[in-house]
Design a protein around this ligand. Structure first.
Ligand SMILES: [Zn+2]
Length: 247
């Protein structure tokens, strides 16, 4: 068993025994890691608050192959984002961000850029540097990094540009918009404005960087939230727990 040291966010944890917990991390150099933290529930645990959800840590773990759990040997907190815990809206948004990471990633596949974006997004949320599009941008970029890049700009059926289409529907199964000619026979689709698809495409591809300069009308924002959340719920296979608390 090799020891692996990496920055990691705590994205989940459950009790395992009287004294131990299984902690899920999203690690910069290793993707999702499920590790047993022995003695984590003892009063004088070596891990202290570092296992709290949302915490950014430096962890060391021993990797086990197969179905075996990794073993956490060290966890030092770098940032606990205390500001996020003082405001319920911010806390709910942050908990949704880590739930998304936990739900859509697989163990052992590293996504360092997504890790950096998640940390930057949590840090921006903590200091209140938050734009109405900040969460949607993170979600769209996460989908891209995880290989679920949705076909936002062109039709998922015939690949024709959706520019000029008056009405478009989005298919979660195909991961893209469908033009009028292609939508017949597709189930589980929902309407979305072409402008919303174009905005989502720009966010996913990282073309929309200076959010301060972006003004988005309320209906477009609502349309974008619906598009991203329904697509993510479809990929997760169920309604994520925190999604209902996030606006
Ligand atoms: Zn088409």
């Amino acid at each position: 068993m090799a020891a692996i040291k990496t920055p990691a966010l705590t994205v989940g944890r459950i009790d395992y025994s009287e004294t131990s917990q299984i902690v899920t991390f999203f690690a910069r150099e290793h993707g999702k890691v499920k590790a047993i933290a022995k003695g984590a529930k003892r009063k004088k645990s070596a891990f202290e608050g570092a296992l709290d959800l949302l915490a950014l840590n430096e962890i060391v773990f021993l990797e086990r192959g197969g179905d075996g759990l990794s073993i956490l040997t060290a966890c030092v907190m770098r940032d606990g984002f205390p500001e996020l815990r003082r405001d319920l809206d911010r806390l709910n948004t942050a908990l949704w961000i880590v739930e998304l990471l936990s739900e859509l990633t697989v163990e052992g596949v590293a996504h360092p850029e997504l890790f950096d974006q998640a940390v930057a997004t949590l840090a921006a949320l903590a200091r209140g540097a938050w734009h109405p599009l900040s969460l949607s941008r993170f979600e769209a970029q996460a989908l891209g990094h995880l290989g679920f890049a949705p076909r936002f700009a062109g039709c998922a059926g015939c690949r024709r540009s959706l520019d000029g289409e008056e009405r478009v529907v989005f298919s979660c199964r195909l991961g893209g918009g469908l033009c009028r000619a292609c939508r017949a026979g597709h189930e589980g689709v929902f309407p979305v404005a072409p402008g919303t698809l174009a905005l989502a495409d720009g966010l996913a591809a990282g073309r929309v960087t200076a959010l301060d300069r972006v003004r988005v009308a309320e209906p477009t924002l609502a349309d974008l939230r619906r598009l991203l959340t329904r697509y993510i719920a479809s990929l997760a296979g169920r309604e994520p727990r925190m999604l209902r608390y996030v606006t």
